[in-house]
Design a protein around this ligand. Structure first.
Ligand code: IMP
Ligand code: MG
Length: 334
């Protein structure tokens, strides 16, 4: 596995949390490190019947031997971070970069109150856009300015690069999804940063040649929250009938839905330089696949779906989610 970057291929909510949590359990990486925007993301994973959600720590939090890091490009909400550190008893293994930006109350107020952000864009209201705008203006506080963050600060880029030098396994967790990228998504209906694989690496401070694989995560159908175009969008009644109705894990808003979009997937693969694919929620598209862990046991229609994606993309689908629990997965890595 060496250095593996995991990114979302659509509009976020592809199920990256489960994929990262599974790989962390299976591979026991020395480091899991989060890039991306900040607490506007909510990554969910279920283990032994209990569902966990993280908005700041990497989704490898269940693995007591993995060091949990947050890169310099990521915004920290100190309260959310501190709650997660206690939930996962992670105070001895959390490292945030001393230059990570810090969200304050004023940023959340600006996010919620600004007509443009709230009504035209439909942001998550977590303060990330206003904080990144202050960062661009060079007036944002960074982690080393905030006493409650001092116990956790350090040099994340240094630690990650050293681990890679030593041949250790490193999991790099992206957030949001390719088409929410400030540069490559459908501007202005996007988040406040680039969230493709290159952007995620930049958040952490690793160069492009340090990465061994880029695993792009797609869901078996597409969802998006907030405003902006969604090709092939179906009605919410239709989504409900198909079992595709979902609610945002940060905002609780109903997600819009459309069928799997091969053209969008191909574009995402290019934008990220993806080398491998994971598809989550196969069991929602094909209920008979629930809990299956062996590819050969899939019904033919589900196999065809996966093989079509492989043919269209030229990449192998290495992981297939067939349920919410971590071990409800088909692992086809060599
Ligand atoms: P912001 O990132 O809160 O500024 O929101 C900008 C847009 O990105 C809105 O459409 C949000 O719904 C969307 N967004 C931001 N983060 C996520 C995420 O983690 N999952 C899904 N949508 C997101
Ligand atoms: Mg999410």
């Amino acid at each position: 596995m060496a250095c593996l970057v995991i990114v979302g291929g659509f509009y976020g909510d592809e199920g990256k949390g489960k994929i990262v949590a599974y790989l962390a359990k299976k591979e026991c990486p020395l480091i899991a490190v989060r890039g991306g925007v900040g607490p506007n993301a909510g990554h969910t994973f279920s283990y032994e019947g209990k569902t966990h959600k993280v908005r700041m720590l990497p989704s490898a939090a269940l693995n007591p031997s993995t060091r949990l890091m947050i890169g310099a490009g990521v915004l920290i909400d100190p309260k959310i971070l501190s709650n997660e550190i206690s939930e996962f008893s992670a105070s001895n293994r959390t490292l945030i970069d001393s230059q990570s930006g810090v969200i304050e109350k004023i940023h959340i107020e600006r996010d919620i109150e600004a007509e443009h952000l709230k009504n035209n864009i439909g942001t998550t209201g977590t303060g990330t856009g206003p904080a990144n705008s202050d960062r661009a203006l060079r007036s944002l506080k960074i982690a080393k300015d905030v006493p409650e963050l001092i116990p956790y600060i350090g040099d994340v880029s240094g630690a990650v690069n050293e681990a890679i030098d030593n041949g250790e396994k490193v999991l790099v967790e992206g957030t949001q999804g390719t088409f929410l990228s400030l540069y490559h998504g459908g501007y202005p209906y996007v988040t406040s940063k680039d969230v493709t694989a290159s952007g995620i690496c930049s958040d952490i401070g690793i160069g492009p040649k340090r990465v061994d694989d880029v695993l792009i995560v797609f869901k078996a159908y597409v969802t998006r929250v907030g405003k902006g175009p969604l090709e092939g969008e179906i009605s919410s009644d239709d989504a409900k009938a198909r079992g595709w109705l979902e609610y945002g894990s940060v905002t609780g808003r109903q997600r819009r839905a459309s069928p799997f979009d091969t053209g969008l997937a191909r574009r995402a693969i290019k934008l990220n330089g993806a080398t491998q694919i994971a598809i989550t929620k196969l069991d929602i598209l094909f209920p008979e696949t629930a809990g299956i862990t062996d590819f050969s046991k899939l019904p033919q229609n589900a196999k065809n779906f996966v093989e079509d994606v492989e043919r269209e993309s030229g990449l192998k689908v290495v992981l297939l989610g067939t349920g919410t629990e971590l071990d409800q997965i088909i692992d086809r890595r060599a």
